[in-house]
Write a protein that binds this ligand. Structure first.
Ligand code: HEM
Ligand code: CA
Length: 350
């Protein structure tokens, strides 16, 4: 599909036209990029097999052998280091059709922890066998761990019959706070107050909170009553865990705080101008936190300076933009590498 780009001071909501020569690079609803070619069993979409032609080892057993649980306190960083990482992860990547809520998901295992009748005939099902000795699920007789295969270019009929399936990301690859503003114009409009550049919010106990999701029973699986908080935000995972929700609330409040100040300073600005200017500022603040505060903890400050990921001595800004670099997230990064930081999650969250 040909996209014509308009020169603008503001980012598009769906990530198109960030790169004017390649308008779809890094846009939402595009396939992931790959470091290595796909390696499917049949070259198209089935699970790979071992060299002997047997299935690969059981994923649940490998997990216990390779990544046993071990609590290790860290005296240097608080839980927010982990938590900002999830903000970054959700800004960069959401594999299309990954089930994130209990009620809306298609399942391959039944409520008793056993395999559904049609599991073996359904090509979208790839549940994992849990051994009877499993330390967590063994005692409660759960033998089926759900795994529903994600959507690919195959389901979307985007690629030819013999080319390998490519998974899609539902969100913009850019660190553009899509978790706050959404990835489509429709979502952006739904989230905006359309007055004074503000995002919609509700006041409870004298404080500002995100608006209630329109379908709380479907979105939030641990809902006590339909009135219990279940928030709507730019990202569907906003309610996934309390620590993440806190940061989403903070970003919403900061947007509205800055919008109110900009409105006071510029009474002649329209809702649209205040909204876009505030969005532009908040994105810049979040990028600053990510590159100068979060990533140095992970990659090492000197290392980042050496590889020109940050420029601590720069005055104003650095123009190191390279239009030949594709910002599309690698499949290997979203599926494996960046999930490594799940090991930073505290075992018990109170
Ligand atoms: C309490 C904290 C967290 C919880 C409960 C959590 C849970 C999850 C869950 C349930 C998924 C989806 C699994 C699937 O069906 O594919 C996921 C995906 C993912 N997580 Fe986390 N996570 C947390 C923190 C983090 C952190 C700190 C990072 C990285 C710094 C991270 C990176 C990712 C990535 C990259 C994905 C794949 C996203 C996608 O492309 O769909 N997560 N996480
Ligand atoms: Ca994004």
């Amino acid at each position: 599909m040909a996209i014509s780009c308009v020169k603008s001071r503001y980012r598009t909501i769906d990530g198109t036209c960030n790169n004017l020569n390649k308008p779809t690079w890094g846009a939402a609803s595009m396939p992931y990029a790959r470091i290595l070619p796909a390696k499917y069993g049949d070259g198209i979409s089935t699970f790979p097999k071992s060299f002997s032609g047997c299935p690969l080892p059981n994923a649940r057993e490998l997990r216990f052998d390779l990544f046993p649980d071990k609590a290790r306190d860290n005296m240097d960083y608080t839980l927010v280091t982990m938590q900002w990482g999830q903000v970054v992860a959700h800004d960069m990547s959401l594999t299309s059709s990954v089930p994130q809520t209990e009620n809306s998901k298609f399942t391959c295992c039944n409520a008793n922890g056993n395999f559904n009748e049609n599991t073996y005939t359904n090509p979208n099902c790839a549940p994992i066998n849990i051994s009877r000795n499993d330390p967590v699920y063994g005692p409660i007789n759960k033998v089926c761990m759900d795994l529903v295969r994600t959507d690919t270019t195959k389901y979307e009929n985007c690629t030819g019959p013999f080319s390998p399936a490519e998974q899609l990301s539902a969100v913009t690859a850019y660190l553009d706070l899509s978790i706050v503003y959404g990835n489509t114009k429709a979502k952006e409009i739904e989230l905006r107050a359309l007055d004074g550049g503000r995002l919609k919010s509700v006041t409870r106990d004298g404080q500002e909170w995100p608006p209630q999701d329109s379908q709380p029973e479907q979105t939030c699986d641990l809902l006590e009553t339909p009135q219990s908080p279940c928030y709507a935000a730019g990202d569907v995972r906003v309610n996934q865990n309390t620590q993440l929700t806190i940061l989403q609330v903070l970003l919403l409040r900061e947007h509205n705080r800055m919008a109110d100040i900009l409105r006071q300073l510029n009474p002649h600005w329209s809702d649209e101008v205040i909204f876009q200017e505030t969005r532009r500022l908040l994105i810049a603040i979040a990028q600053r936190i990510t590159y100068y505060h979060y990533l140095p903890n992970i990659l090492g400050y000197e290392n980042m300076v050496k590889h020109k990921l940050i420029y601590p001595n720069a005055l104003g800004y650095v123009n190191d933009y390279d239009s030949k670099v594709d910002a599309t997230v690698f499949n290997e990064h979203a599926t494996s590498a960046f999930r490594y930081f799940h090991t930073n999650i505290q075992g018990i969250l109170k």
